[in-house]
Design a protein around this ligand. Sequence first.
Ligand SMILES: *Cc1c(COP(=O)(O)O)cnc(C)c1O
Length: 383
Amino acid sequence: MKVPFFRFTPDGHEQEYVRQVIASGWLTTAGKTLEFEKKFAQQVGAKYACAVNSCTAALHLAAEAVGIGPGDKVLVPTMTFTATAEVIRYLGADPVFVDVEYGSCLLTPAILEQALARHPDIKAVMVVHFGGQASDMPGILRICHARGVKVIEDAAHAFPTRLGDRMIGNFGDVTCFSFYANKTITTGEGGMLTIEDEAIYKRVKTMRLHGINRDIWDRFTAAKSNWEYDVVAPGFKYNMPDINAAIGLAQLERADFLRQERQRCLEYYFQHLAGNPFIDLPLIHGSLTDHSCHLFWIVLKPSAPLSRNELIEKLNEAGIGTSVHYKPLHRLTYYRERYDLKPEDYPNAERHWQGVVTLPVYPSMSEAELAYVVSAVKQALPG
Ligand SMILES: *Cc1c(COP(=O)(O)O)cnc(C)c1O
């Protein structure tokens, strides 16, 4: 049997909506993107949504729009993808790296308080909803609001993720989602910002497309000829084409079903891997029904009879695709050298990273495939 790490299943209206866009003769940003923004905002309960061509673009626009500039400090958990921190460097600002909670890989209010006490000049915080589990946003917002610290959420894993009676997407100043090929819903490449504040929304919209002060696609699609536009800032080219939005609209229709199918995978793993003496399972604070269920991982304990890399090799030989989320940022050459980072300052991230193997999770995984993965893990770690 072969079980890939991820498998895309276009079982909805993906092909139909893409065909509509091609037949319309207008392939880049227009009606489908506007519709995708509107429906996405509705699903997460956000006032504004802005579609872009990646989550990295979304994070960049978010940091720019909340006012991050040269010399500013922005708090970033070390356990994340490089995009969360690189966008801070785009703006000439500096990331301040912090450890995460062991088991959940989340930033906690306690970690945040400590970091702000040490760096009172931190201007913004990047909150990563790791694996699709929500961070404690009420706790984090209470601390940040009291000090005027801006909050940007990296929700690349967190659609759809619930927190209390709200969805992730309307807590912080800006929330950034990813529709990369193997995320919870995809547009091939793509991202979305959700925003409550009108001034931030306007800045994001302007900077998304060259700093042009109005929607340029009106020029091509409006009935009345209207060529004139002005440029008010050196903006970026981050708009989402309608071809991608068409795929996103189809995925959005099935997002809750896809989440439920991933929950089925997580439940299977939790049930069948519980009690193994050589592994730690993810720490879930609330209910799995609130979780986007994007990632499931195991962390090998130091007592395990084989190393993490040996386990990955064994699973690979059995035809099972795995991944590692993540090699923490403090271990990556650029950040380590530039900021003189030491592994001993991030003990929880270190403990996670030394042992972590991310297992396959996707809606089309069958029970036989899940059983095959579990039996391969148990064979490598008999106990
Ligand atoms: C995937 C990912 C990103 C970047 O998303 P893109 O859409 O590929 O730019 C950012 N942060 C995290 C945590 C991610 O997993």
